[in-house]
Design a protein. Structure first.
Length: 235
């Protein structure tokens, strides 16, 4: 299933991972007319359109691939297509057994996009975004699945996401972040895959997220091995 969307030249790939750096934007507005007198030093005032930075929030770091990682609430990164801000984060680092898979959920994040341009908005409409909002929020889930046996299995990863605001999301249809693991549901022997999924939410004021992971199936016999597994986390 192909489900790729980009944030301008920036791929939305949540650790929050961005495949390229956001660019710094400054606004320099100046102008003059023949009738205006040149301002004296006493009359001149420094004008800045930048928001004052909260010194307690560290600058986002990059991973080994140059991706920007948002891991502290309040961190932002911007691009010509949108500005992304980390609103909430749950560091999970727990392992769920879906035999023969061991699924380690790394973290869950709530990220807000603002200043969304038209092209990005059109792409996101395929995944649940409505109209042309000034901002929208999404949940990012990062997890790793490892096959512990040599047998070939089939697994369709995250199936549903449910919030405490009564929203149920079909994760297979509405994941707008693509990584290599999404392209093949088979685990051919002792294989490890990393996943990063993203889902737009209608109500960002969420406190709990329920994750329902799919069942495992023998790729050769097509017999089910382990049923769906469900976990819930609080931000």
């Amino acid at each position: 299933m192909f489900k790729k969307v980009t944030l301008g030249g920036i791929a939305l790939s949540l650790a929050f991972t961005l495949t390229a750096c956001g660019s710094n934007v400054t606004n320099d507005v100046s102008g003059s007319t023949d009738s205006q007198e040149e301002a004296t030093a006493a009359d001149q005032k420094e004008v800045s359109n930048k928001e004052e930075k909260d010194e307690s929030i560290p600058e986002p770091k990059k991973d080994e691939n140059g991706n920007i990682i948002l891991d502290t609430v309040g961190q932002k990164v911007e691009d010509e297509s949108a500005t992304a801000e980390l609103m909430k984060i749950k560091e999970v680092n727990e392992t769920l057994s879906i035999a023969p898979l061991e699924v380690t959920i790394k973290d869950i994040k709530l990220i807000k996009l603002t200043d969304i341009n038209e092209e990005l908005m059109m792409n996101l409409e395929m995944y649940g975004a409505k109209g042309t909002p000034e901002e929208l929020s999404y949940i990012q889930v990062k997890y790793i699945a490892e096959n512990t046996e040599e047998k070939n299995i089939e697994w369709y990863d995250l199936m549903n996401v449910v919030t405490d605001k009564g929203e149920q999301i079909d994760a297979q249809m509405n994941d707008f972040i693509t990584d290599d693991s999404d392209m093949d549901s088979q685990f051919l022997g002792k294989v490890k895959k990393e996943f990063t999924d993203g889902f737009i939410v209608k109500d960002e004021d969420i406190s709990k997220v329920k994750l329902i992971f799919g069942y495992t199936m023998d790729s050769d016999s097509y017999e089910d091995i382990t049923d769906e597994q469900q976990v819930e986390y609080t931000f």
